[in-house]
Design a protein around this ligand. Structure first.
Ligand SMILES: NC(=O)C1=CN([C@@H]2O[C@H](COP(=O)(O)OP(=O)(O)OC[C@H]3O[C@@H](n4cnc5c(N)ncnc54)[C@H](O)[C@@H]3O)[C@@H](O)[C@H]2O)[C@@H](O)CC1
Ligand SMILES: Nc1ncnc2c1ncn2[C@@H]1O[C@H](COP(=O)(O)OP(=O)(O)O)[C@@H](O)[C@H]1O
Ligand SMILES: [Mg+2]
Length: 279
């Protein structure tokens, strides 16, 4: 297993002068019931602040006012409006599904619809409730869409999806299940591990317990989506690793002067951090 270093941040390119928002990825974030609206707001806001050219949030209508108050740069669609969601998905470079999506029948039908519409060239980041739902719905798990899938489970979500108990989540066991899924798996924990098809496993040696706050993983999904939308064309694995490194490196910087680092504090630092580390 290879430890990531700050070297990975070289994927953050300086922007060509002759460019426009269409060059920096269209991200669609899908999730956020009335109960868990904050989760999809943080994912969406992180994608905007990490440089995504266009971001659309498909969420419960109750979240519309909050979304526009927090991040007016983002567009909105009601996540139960299947036809509009599908038309927005058609133009996406990266899709996040799961933060605060919930696990009821509505959530399930939203996942089914996204899976049926995602295209092979798109990145699909599957997080939170969507992982829990997939773990329950064997038939969905056995029929994953043909696209670039990135699962971002924490250890309990990985246990649910893989059937591997937390104590038994060794590199060998995790790799076996990842290969069976045919997808990338970001196993989030203290020193997160990244398993991508046909690539050496990488490990994040930074980050710490000041990151143990609700919403921290939701925020990560937006950063990953924005990085895939902007930096994946040459080396998708490096773009993913750089997103993870950025998330935890900002937390480490903030933790020098803070007992706990909030997900929204990380979002506020993304533009500065990416500027300082762009090559
Ligand atoms: N502001 C919001 O709207 C928030 C919404 N959230 C959403 O709430 C839904 C449920 O997610 P949760 O993760 O809270 O609940 P889950 O029930 O999926 O997972 C939490 C359970 O896993 C266990 N666990 C074991 N190892 C863990 C590890 N390394 N990290 C985290 N938990 C571990 C915990 O003890 C707990 O029993 C998701 O859709 C998520 O996106 C959460 O992210 C919290 C914030
Ligand atoms: N002690 C820790 N050390 C390093 N990283 C941590 C620690 N605690 C939490 N994190 C990071 O915070 C994030 C938590 O994700 P997750 O549990 O999905 O949060 P949520 O669902 O509440 O948004 C992960 O990226 C995880 O690696
Ligand atoms: Mg989570």
């Amino acid at each position: 297993m290879k430890n990531l270093t700050s070297e990975i941040l070289t994927v953050i390119n300086k922007r060509p002068v002759d460019s426009f928002k269409g060059n920096y990825g269209h991200i669609v974030t899908v999730g956020g019931t009335k109960q868990y609206g904050g989760a999809i707001l943080m994912s969406t806001s992180a994608a905007v602040h990490a440089g995504a050219g266009l971001v659309t949030c498909a969420t419960a209508p109750e979240n519309l006012t909050a979304l526009h108050a927090v991040v007016p740069e983002a567009m909105f669609v009601d996540f139960t409006d299947e036809r509009t969601v599908n038309s927005v998905l058609a133009g996406a470079d990266a899709i996040v599904i799961g933060p605060g999506l919930g696990t009821d029948q509505t959530s399930l039908s939203i996942i089914r619809s996204v899976f049926a519409n995602v295209k092979p060239e798109q990145y699909l980041i599957i997080d939170g409730s969507a992982i829990t739902l997939l773990a329950q719905e064997k038939e969905l798990q056995d029929n994953l869409p043909d696209t670039h899938i990135i699962f971002t489970p924490h250890e309990m979500e990985w246990q649910r999806l893989s059937g591997i108990k937390i104590a038994d989540q060794s590199e060998e066991n995790n790799r076996q299940k990842q290969e069976k899924l045919g997808a990338t798996v970001v196993l989030k924990k203290h020193h997160t591990e990244i398993y991508s098809p046909k690539q050496e496993t990488t490990r994040l040696p930074i980050g710490g317990p000041y990151m143990s706050t609700g919403g921290m993983g939701d925020t990560l999904t937006g950063i990953i989506a924005a990085f895939m939308g902007q930096f994946a064309s040459e080396d998708p694995k490096a773009a993913l690793d750089a997103a993870l490194y950025t998330h935890s490196a900002i937390a480490d910087q903030l933790a020098k002067n803070a007992y706990v680092v909030l997900p929204t504090d990380i979002i506020d630092q993304l533009q500065r951090f990416m500027k300082e580390n762009s090559k």
